[in-house]
Write a protein that binds this ligand. Structure first.
Ligand code: FES
Length: 151
């Protein structure tokens, strides 16, 4: 169970990333790119990547979405920047676990860092797709797919 102080901290992290999204820009010379959309609301995100020597040298996003989707995209760019492709894949799996685990499941705060802030959406099943959109789209971009829907 996540205590109330942590919930407040998590909320602050989400609000901060929503109002000051990190890496919100296009990368013209990207090597990978994918568009994702949340069919529930029609919101869209585009993820841009530069992958060289199997390392995510640069990652960015653009799009229209709610606070949760924007914060999730922003957190995503911070987390995978500079990682190897395999590390990025592992992070995607870990986040998926955070977002779809049940409410009582323990979260390793040291390992998850700010990403644990996304765990708050577990209580709102309708919003989970808002939070997973960036990560599914990142996965698709790494796969070389260009357009995905989270449906
Ligand atoms: Fe559209 Fe959250 S309401 S992505």
């Amino acid at each position: 169970m996540i205590d109330e102080n942590l919930q407040e901290l998590y909320q602050e992290i989400i609000l901060d990333h929503n109002s000051r999204p990190r890496n919100y820009r296009a990368i013209e010379a990207c090597t990978h790119k994918a568009d994702g959309n949340n069919p529930v609301c029609g919101d869209e995100v585009t993820i841009f990547l530069i992958v060289k020597d199997n390392i995510v040298k640069d990652v960015s996003f653009q799009g229209e979405g709610c606070a949760i989707s924007k914060a999730s995209s922003s957190l995503m760019t911070k987390k995978v920047m500079g990682k190897t492709v395999n590390e990025a894949r592992k992070i995607i799996l870990d986040v998926n676990k955070i977002l779809t685990g049940n409410n009582d499941q323990e979260i390793d705060l040291d390992e998850s860092g700010d990403l644990a802030a996304l765990a708050g959406v577990r209580k709102f099943p309708a919003r989970i797709k808002c939070a997973t959109l960036a990560w599914h789209t990142l996965d698709a971009a790494l796969d070389g797919n260009t357009v995905i829907s989270t449906e």
